[in-house]
Write a protein that binds this ligand. Structure first.
Ligand code: AMP
Length: 552
């Protein structure tokens, strides 16, 4: 398929913010996409090049794009920068500058969607000396083939700044509409495979029957089952009668996929972190019986292998982010894993099994070691016993407990109420930072006030809900500035716009209705609890959640 056709669709999508309209634009378009291009198109429509769980990353900065535009247009880099400043958008700047080139070049070759993907795929695998120049030449080649309009979207895609508002929800609905299949089957297939391209291909060629056959597969992450909040122990005892309480470890949720001699590790955001944790890979190979399995657990950073006290979450996130000097990090920040579920074993999905049977299976297939072990569990219907377990968990320095329904199946990707978390603290919100303001005086070099936003899952948009700037130590301001600097997308005086990437856990006094912010609500006295490096913007709390909390 020609990239110009996709560009026409981008233009249509850009003109509307209505979810319904976007869905029908995407649905109409999908009907004409050849089967072999569906995978790429479904990523490109959402502004992605690779699925989040792929080990591949683009990582292209503005500098490289400016160089490529300069090479192709023959316009000096500083003039390209001027144009970007003038238009406030690198995509539009590229488009305007390419008009000049268009007048002097004869288009002999048309840019195809596949060619764009292939160049970006090659570029993502380049490392080491000379790779920068090679990457620029791949970008330049694409720009040299593109019409001005195409270069607008190409540049935004390369910079991961497409943001048309086409989220996963819209794409799922569009697949159902376009190929006339059951939306619930699309949702199910996606949560088991995390692969919209595959879901679309199967929906197109095999319809509902094909979708029903999509299943878990080691090596391909699933969307995990989520927990709801309960206010206390009594609430869960009333709900389930007999409850499996487990320690709620404070770390990062990890899916371990064992596929014969291969092991893959994915975070809750479905990022591939296999390379970062060779010691867990080794444990999984040695201590999971059998050839194939998908198990889940909470990974926690510990002091050292003798004193296994948990370390702050920040230490674990350093390990998740670190992509080099891994053996050194393995020694410096050891981790343990507390396994709590198994969803696939020896070629068979176990999600339909009751939790009590899954736990039994887990106990059978895991050979425990000090750092690769089962989550501590207590099954009871007695409030005294449950209270004792809860207090013990807190005394040991854990966050709280999880309460699980022993008879419930596993439901990927949803918050169905089979598992509750009980924590003593006030409910916090996980919010996305989408803007900030530079400080004054002593704080002039730090971002000092942060614009917080909730997710509207229907549109994928972020709606503002307050500003947070008090309660920070100097060290925290410095850290926040370091974390956010790379995400600045626009600067107007002291105000900066930030790409919605960083999620923070925020405590507050109260939620109020407010016309000031686009969510229609404002938080009173928001303050930082911690940066949630384990969560992406799509995992942020939603507008509905805010409304629920308010109505409580
Ligand atoms: P939250 O992230 O606050 O919604 O709490 C739910 C999370 O707690 C899960 O996604 C896991 O990452 C984590 N967790 C810690 N211990 C357990 C456990 N024993 N069972 C299930 N989840 C756990």
């Amino acid at each position: 398929m020609d990239y110009s056709r996709l560009t026409e669709v981008y233009q249509k999508l850009e003109k509307t913010s209505s979810r319904l309209e976007m869905t029908s634009i995407v649905a109409d378009f999908l009907a004409e996409v050849p089967r072999e291009d569906l995978q790429i198109i479904l990523l490109f429509l959402r502004g992605r090049v690779f699925p989040s769980w792929s080990e591949k990353e683009l990582g292209i900065g503005h500098k490289m794009v400016i160089k490529a535009i300069s090479i192709v247009s023959g316009i000096p880099e500083n003039k390209v920068e001027d144009k970007i400043r003038e238009t406030g958008d690198t995509g539009i700047a590229a488009e305007q500058l390419m008009v000049k080139k268009a007048q002097t070049t004869l288009f002999t070759e048309r840019l195809t969607v596949r060619k764009v993907y292939e160049n970006l795929d090659k570029l993502a695998s380049l490392t080491g000396k000379g790779s920068q120049d090679k990457k620029i030449s791949y970008i330049a080649e694409l720009l040299s083939f593109s019409q001005p309009k195409e270069s607008r979207y190409l540049v935004r895609t390369i910079l991961e700044e497409l943001r048309l508002g086409v989220g996963e929800g819209i794409v799922r609905d569009a697949i159902a509409q376009s190929f006339q299949v059951d939306p619930r089957l699309v949702e199910r297939a996606y949560s088991l495979s995390s692969d919209l391209g595959e879901v679309a291909r199967i929906a197109k060629s095999e319809g509902n029957d094909g979708l029903k056959k999509i299943n878990l597969m080691p090596g391909r992450p699933m969307e995990v089952m989520l927990a709801q909040k309960a206010k206390d122990i009594q609430e869960v005892l009333d709900k389930f009668k007999i409850v499996a309480f487990e320690i709620k470890y404070d770390g990062a949720r990890i899916q371990i996929h064992k596929d014969n001699s291969k092991v893959h590790l994915f975070t809750r955001r479905l990022e591939n972190v296999t390379k970062q944790f060779p010691e867990i890979v080794k444990s999984a190979k040695e201590n999971i019986r059998g050839d194939s399995a998908i198990v889940e657990g909470e990974m926690v950073a510990i002091k050292d292998l003798d004193d296994r006290h948990p370390r702050p979450f920040q230490d674990l996130s350093r390990r998740i982010k670190r992509k080099y000097d891994i053996p050194e990090m393995v020694k410096k920040i050891p981790v343990e894993i507390n396994l709590f579920d198994v969803v696939f074993y020896e070629g068979e999905s176990k999600i339909g099994e009751k939790f009590k049977n899954r736990r039994k299976l887990l106990e059978k297939i895991i050979m425990e070691t000090d750092t690769f072990k089962l989550a501590e569990q207590s099954i009871t219907n007695s409030i005294e016993e449950a209270d004792k377990f809860y207090r013990r968990a807190l005394n040991l320095g854990h966050e709280g407990v999880m309460a699980k329904n022993l008879d419930a199946p596993y439901q990927p990707g949803s918050r169905v109420g089979y598992m509750y978390k009980i924590k003593p603290i006030m409910e916090t919100l996980d919010l996305v930072i989408i803007g900030a303001t530079w400080g004054e005086g002593r704080r002039a070099h730090w971002l000092a006030s942060f614009l917080l936003a909730v997710l509207d899952p229907d549109t994928g948009e972020f709606l503002t809900i307050g500003k947070m700037g008090t309660g920070f130590t100097d060290e925290q301001f410095r850290e926040m500035t370091e974390t956010l600097k790379g995400e600045i997308s626009e600067q107007m005086g002291k105000e900066v716009k930030l790409k919605p990437k960083v999620v923070v856990e925020v405590a507050y006094e109260e939620i109020q209705k407010s016309p000031t912010y686009s969510s229609g609500y404002a938080l009173r006295f928001p303050r930082l609890v911690r940066v949630r490096t384990d969560k992406g913007p799509q995992d942020a709390d939603t507008l509905q959640r805010v409304e629920e909390l308010l109505s409580k």
